[in-house]
Design a protein around this ligand. Structure first.
Ligand SMILES: Cc1cc2nc3c(=O)[nH]c(=O)nc-3n(C[C@H](O)[C@H](O)[C@H](O)COP(=O)(O)OP(=O)(O)OC[C@H]3O[C@@H](n4cnc5c(N)ncnc54)[C@H](O)[C@@H]3O)c2cc1C
Ligand SMILES: *[C@@H]1O[C@H](CO)[C@@H](O)[C@H](O)[C@H]1NC(C)=O
Ligand SMILES: *[C@@H]1O[C@H](CO)[C@@H](O)[C@H](O)[C@H]1NC(C)=O
Length: 511
């Protein structure tokens, strides 16, 4: 769940600390200062033409909302977007437990003033932001900011976003699949998008001002560009084999059953009821429990050692009993609750295997390679180990960059638009990719990226353990870590002199 990043720490040590360093570390990152203009319609005439958003899940909906502030017309193409309340079948992680970082919730509230009401209306829950995360049974790591945030199942969150999309009269939707892009003769721009509608008929969306790939992990945009003859070469794709397994057990809990659960009442008011990560490389990476709505509880297990996760209630109880790598046992109320939920909560098991994680580094292409009006948002650029809960927030960071650039551009999308978009997005993307990847190298089943070994990032991982240990001891370190995890500050916030001193001073609680 929490990101434990900071390859920059070694660098900071070399440079030393001082007042200027302090100011630098405290400076808000660009995506926070740029939130002011997020959700604000452009002043003056809109950009002529149509923004075509390919894919209408989290990234597509956020992108379409931003584009509506800038373009005369916005169209979202997705086979499943027309009915907000219908179960999505094409989103692999539709039944997977999700957490939502503060950056996502704050940014969504700017895009949609009624975001809170919509999520609650779709079946979500008002909570205090606190992941109740334990390491090796120790903790929880304090969540010093008691912000009000939202918890929901992925399904509920997607329904809420989809309803908001359909209510926006500036945006239209097409039920269909994008098949490819047609470029101008000089290849400088995309002029038309080919769609196959659900009824089998073809549709050409012409007059394209901007085309956005929001097709998620299929990375369809990359293939469309290659088919259209652009030199987007395979070497921009960075990959490693995370070999992760992810299980979500969804339980239905009417009031009479809820009354039997031995959960301390304050744990029902936080984003997560209980979560525990074992020490280093044991088989089970996480156990977590969530209340996601009035009558819905989720249990999440992950594995990073190539071990199959449970598929039945009996196996689930064996799994939790065999949980290793603990300094202090998982509380009995957690185990009892899981037992009751598995027995009487009509548990539904959803097992996902995530083998390859990948990052399309469009920013590495020579300038002018891409059509000027092509960008990509969300998982279509990068898939991360989901344990840190950054997916929805990552789409927001992309959308903030897009919005700022659009506010800067004059009447039409200029020739350097795509290059600028991907280059500006690269900073936060790289830091998410590096920190989660290097963290994963400590997992038994993980296979590193080409040119790296499982040793790569060892110093960062060692420091991460010291950060955690210091956060359990010092409030200001806990605040800095909380802010880093929620992407409210840059990871360099942990390098501010007073914070760094405590991190280095504190003996690690963990190996
Ligand atoms: C197990 C798991 C757990 C996760 N947990 C969290 C979490 O706790 N917190 C968090 O923030 N994130 C989490 N994530 C990540 C998060 O789910 C993703 O980042 C997010 O769904 C990405 O949204 P997206 O819109 O980019 O892609 P997707 O949600 O995958 O949607 C892609 C959309 O594109 C459409 N599409 C595909 N091809 C075409 C085409 N050719 N034409 C038109 N439409 C097309 C599909 O129909 C679909 O609607 C998790 C991911 C996984 C796998
Ligand atoms: C989600 O769960 C439902 C109910 O168990 C199931 O029918 C559906 O296929 C699942 N969806 C995905 C994408 O796995
Ligand atoms: C994980 O890190 C610990 C501490 O450095 C090390 O002892 C262990 O071997 C590592 N595990 C793997 C699978 O790399």
């Amino acid at each position: 769940m929490p990101a434990l990043p900071f390859p920059a720490i070694g660098l900071a040590l070399a440079i030393g600390v001082g007042a200027a360093w302090h100011a630098f570390c405290k400076r808000p990152p660009f995506w926070i200062t740029q939130l002011d203009a997020f959700g604000m319609a452009r002043v003056g005439k809109k950009i002529p033409g149509t923004a075509v958003v390919c894919g209408g899940s989290a990234a597509g909906i956020i992108t379409a909302r931003v584009c509506a502030d800038h373009f005369e017309r916005v169209v979202v193409v997705d086979p499943e977007v027309a009915d907000a309340d219908k179960r999505k079948t094409r989103v692999l992680q539709y039944n997977a437990s999700h957490i939502f970082l503060t950056i996502f919730v704050n940014a969504a509230r700017r895009l949609w003033p009624d975001f809170n009401a919509e999520v609650l209306g779709a079946g979500g829950k008002d909570v205090v932001s606190d992941f109740q995360i334990h390491y090796a049974g120790l903790g929880p790591v304090p969540s010093p900011r008691r912000d009000k945030t939202l918890m929901a199942s992925r399904r509920t969150m997607q329904t809420a976003l989809n309803r908001l999309l359909l209510r926006d009269s500036r945006i239209s939707v097409v039920s269909g699949t994008v098949r490819g892009l047609i470029s101008s003769e000089d290849k400088r721009t995309v002029v038309s998008v080919d769609v196959r509608k659900l009824d089998g008929t073809q549709l050409s969306l012409n007059d394209v001002a901007l085309v956005v790939d929001c097709t998620g992990r299929t990375h369809a945009g990359f293939k469309w560009l290659q088919s259209a003859g652009y030199a987007v070469t395979d070497d921009i794709r960075a990959t490693y084999e995370g070999n992760l397994r992810y299980l979500t057990i969804t339980c239905t809990v009417p009031p009479a059953l809820a009354a039997r659960l031995p959960i301390p009442s304050q744990n029902l008011e936080t984003s997560v009821i209980y979560a525990c990560v074992p020490e280093d490389d044991t088989a089970a990476q996480l156990v977590a429990m969530f209340k996601t709505g009035p009558e819905e509880f989720l249990i999440g297990f992950t594995d990073t050692a190539g071990v199959e996760l449970p598929r039945t209630p009996e196996e689930a109880m064996l799994f939790i009993a065999g949980f290793r790598g603990l300094r202090r046992p998982i509380p009995t109320w957690v185990i009892e609750t899981i037992g009751i939920l598995c027995e009487d909560g009509q548990p539904s098991f959803d097992n996902i295997a995530l083998t390859t994680l990948s990052y399309l580094q469009y920013h590495k292409l020579p300038r002018g390679t891409l059509p000027a009006n092509f960008v990509a948002v969300g998982d279509s650029v990068m898939t991360l180990n989901p344990i840190h809960g950054q997916g929805f927030s990552k789409s927001m960071l992309n959308a903030i960059v897009l919005n700022t650039l659009l506010h800067e551009v004059p009447a039409t999308v200029p020739a350097n638009f795509a290059d600028n978009y991907f280059r500006r997005s690269a900073g936060p993307q790289n830091s998410l990719w590096d920190s989660t990847r290097l963290n994963d190298y400590n997992n038994t089943a993980c296979q590193p990226m080409k040119g790296e070994t499982k040793q790569t990032g060892a110093v960062m991982r060692w420091l991460s353990m010291k950060v955690l240990s210091a956060a359990m001891k010092y409030d200001d370190v806990a605040v800095a870590l909380w802010d880093v995890r929620h992407l409210l500050v840059d990871e360099r916030a942990l390098l501010a002199p007073t914070i760094l001193a405590k991190i280095l001073w504190t003996r690690s609680l963990f190996a």
